[in-house]
Design a protein. Structure first.
Ligand SMILES: *Cc1c(COP(=O)(O)O)cnc(C)c1O
Ligand SMILES: [Zn+2]
Length: 432
């Protein structure tokens, strides 16, 4: 009698890796830099083949996660690590829109992404699924905080060993939100760019799968789902304008790639989408290059409360610049006070508590509207990429205090009266 061996079901549309600079092609291994020109490698797909079979209906019938777009992601397995990542709400933000003078504003809310409340769960779900396919048993990353949370959580779920590297000055919530999953955590005395350099050396010597280094071509593809979901959630339509935060610039370039792919396979009608990027003034190498008309990035030393996007030497900076320019978008920066105001504005108008990266994006949105760089008529989507509970330090001291009272009705009445007086004083227009 012969046993029937059922091979794991594999069906992939990606055909390998390709250098973004010189076009050299490679097998789909754990490599990220071109041997010839040191350019970054990107995943290549056979989209013409995919266009013959993919339909809106097959996508809609898929799981309620990023894996409904599996045909566009660089994995072979039919059983990826699915922890419910993706399909976060796209909210029509009417109160914020009115406040800013816009008509059609939407928030893509990855502050509630699963499992660790940031957009990084998308890239890590893809990277770790691919890491398993490539045979890695230990996974790692260089992180500004959210990536460490995601890598540690999803590695735990997948049963992978995990060692993550972070700058030693991160917010308490980001550190705790990594440690809880039981990985090895290396807190490096240095900024992200120094952590990243160290990790490149470790990747060469330890044979680990670094999600954003040797697995970066696969990792970065996960961000395309932020483009796909917005198209699907707008009723299979492209927006007119998007605003997204920039750290390495990867997320921004991949949202754009996601839009182009859905156009190319015929899932959505072509339309020019303006792509605008947001940086914190204390770490704004891409915004500076944009405003100075340069096509190269001068690295900077970060100094901002927006630690999650504080990358002084952004790997995909020039590609982000190119997209902002060719789509008639903008890249703008805002200072730390504006970031805090952005966090409060989004919370008070839409009930969404975002972290510093989201505060940066909202503040840049406001700045662009005030400068006439976003038209009120444009259907605009703002990407909120992380959760405010992880960066509580940033708003401490700017949001008032609870009114502490005795458990008595008259104590409550007096406190209420006092708070109303305070409110009146606070909002009193200055009379000359
Ligand atoms: C990592 C991160 C980003 C941007 O990442 P890229 O390196 O530009 O892809 C944006 N927002 C948050 C909250 C992040 O953690
Ligand atoms: Zn090359």
């Amino acid at each position: 009698m012969t046993a029937t061996i059922t091979a794991p079901s594999r069906q992939a549309n990606f055909t390998g890796l390709k250098c973004k600079e010189c076009g050299a092609e490679y097998e789909a291994q754990a490599i990220h830099v071109c041997e010839y020109c040191f350019g970054p490698l990107e995943v290549k797909y056979d989209l013409s083949q995919l266009a013959k079979t993919i339909t809106r209906q097959t996508i809609e019938a898929g799981p309620n996660s990023i894996w409904r777009y599996r045909s566009f992601l660089p994995v072979e397995t039919n059983t990826p690590i699915d922890v419910g990542t993706g399909m976060t709400p796209l909210l029509k933000a009417n109160r914020l829109a009115r406040q800013l003078g816009l008509k059609h504003l939407y928030i893509k809310n990855d502050a509630v992404n699963m499992p660790t409340l940031s957009f990084k769960d998308r890239v890590v779900s893809v990277a770790l699924t691919r890491a398993q396919e490539l045979g890695f048993t230990t996974v790692s990353c260089a992180s500004t905080g959210n990536l460490a949370n995601s890598t540690a959580a999803i590695a735990a779920r997948a049963g992978l060993d995990c060692c993550v590297f972070i700058p030693s000055d991160l917010e308490a919530g980001k550190v705790l939100g990594t440690l809880i999953y039981g990985p090895t955590v290396m807190a490096v005395n240095g900024n992200y760019d120094q952590v990243n350099r160290l990790c490149s050396e470790v990747a060469n010597t330890h044979g680990w799968g670094f999600v954003n280094i040797n697995l970066r071509p696969y990792y970065s593809e996960g961000s395309k789902t932020l483009g796909y979901e917005v198209i699907e959630q707008l009723g299979w339509e492209l927006p007119d304008h998007i605003v997204a935060p920039l750290a390495s610039g990867s997320l921004f370039t991949k949202i754009y790639k996601g839009f182009r792919e859905f156009i190319e396979v015929g899932l959505v009608a072509d339309k020019a989408v303006r792509c605008s990027g947001a940086q914190a003034l204390g770490c704004s190498p891409i915004a500076s290059a944009f405003s100075e008309g340069r096509d190269f990035i001068n690295p900077v030393k970060p100094s901002t409360i927006a630690k999650s996007i504080a990358i002084g030497n952004p790997a995909d900076g020039v590609y982000a610049l190119d997209i902002a320019r060719k789509t008639n978008g903008n890249i703008e920066s805002v200072n730390d006070d504006e970031i805090v105001a952005g966090i409060k504005l989004l919370a008070e108008t839409e009930g969404i508590f975002t972290e510093t990266a989201g505060g940066t994006t909202i503040a840049v949105l406001k700045k662009l509207v005030e400068a006439g760089k976003i038209d009120p008529e444009e259907k605009t989507v703002v990407y909120i990429t992380g959760n405010g509970l992880k960066t509580q330090e940033a708003v401490q001291g700017y949001i008032g205090e609870p009114l502490t009272i005795e458990p008595k009705l008259d104590a409550f009445e007096r406190a209420l009266e006092r708070s109303r007086t305070l409110e009146r004083l606070e909002w009193q227009p200055v009379l000359v």
